[in-house]
Design a protein around this ligand. Sequence first.
Ligand SMILES: NC(=O)C1=CN([C@@H]2O[C@H](COP(=O)(O)OP(=O)(O)OC[C@H]3O[C@@H](n4cnc5c(N)ncnc54)[C@H](O)[C@@H]3O)[C@@H](O)[C@H]2O)C=CC1
Ligand SMILES: O=C(O)[C@@H]1CCC=N1
Length: 271
Amino acid sequence: MTRIAIIGGGKIGEALISGLLQAGHAIKDLVVAEQYQPRADELIAEYSIRVSSVADAAEGADVIVIAVKPNDVESALTALTKVDLDGDLEQLIVSLAAGIPTGFFETRLPAGFPVVRVMPNTPMLVGEGVSVLSPGRHVKAEHLELVRGILGSVGKVVTVPESQIDAVTAVSGSGPAYFFLVAEAMIDAGVGLGLTRPVATELVVQTMVGSAAMLDRTGDSATDLRAAVTSPGGTTAAALRQLEAGGLRTAFFDALDAAKSRSAAMGAAAE
Ligand SMILES: NC(=O)C1=CN([C@@H]2O[C@H](COP(=O)(O)OP(=O)(O)OC[C@H]3O[C@@H](n4cnc5c(N)ncnc54)[C@H](O)[C@@H]3O)[C@@H](O)[C@H]2O)C=CC1
Ligand SMILES: O=C(O)[C@@H]1CCC=N1
């Protein structure tokens, strides 16, 4: 089995660990480097995973996953370059860090070292993530297959040129937060209309799950599915009119544009 070292055991690192274990990866093939001891203790308690230093985790790993904040990538890489990294032994780096281009890694790693940039999202915690891959300059087909296999076990996998990854970050990397915000707002609105919070929560969550399943399984477009709920002169039309008057569509255009710009700016600052 592929040995995977995860550098950074925060929110996305944990989502990956949890998803991989649920998908059948053996705990003995996973190791995490987590510098914050209370967090390391949590991961050990929850998953019985081995926690070690960056150097120890990377030594002997087939795949080294970078899951630290963008600002911490440089120092994690400095620790990594002290290890005898070996691109020829099929070791490769998979970076989950938003904004940081493959070139940033390639200029700091031994010549020819393969780097795959990935924009994942947190639903991989429950095997429902989407991971978008962009291969760096030295990535061979077999490297990409290996990464597709690992991330395919925790959700869907899509490949795009690196020029599109800032837009991807805005859509699917940050995307779960938009849906959680909509859920929060709808639950609060339901409570405002007199429902208890548990009932409002159950209704909103199942409505989201059901709507997502329809989008996924019927093959109908979002526009058609929305129209099917909207009876002429009915309740949905009344609600949608308020959402449009509130600028929902423009708010999403502006929000995703801001996320994309932020991702690009993080990349420019890292260079
Ligand atoms: N949270 C999310 O939904 C997503 C996050 N990402 C990317 O994943 C990366 C991690 O994000 P989060 O998990 O949210 O951050 P986080 O702050 O929850 O986790 C980062 C962890 O790395 C640890 N760490 C930092 N430097 C370290 C080092 N040198 N050695 C060992 N451990 C170290 C920190 O103690 C922390 O626990 C970021 O680059 C982010 O852009 C990408 C897609 C989605
Ligand atoms: O907010 C962030 O910067 C990270 C990247 C995508 C989701 N979370």
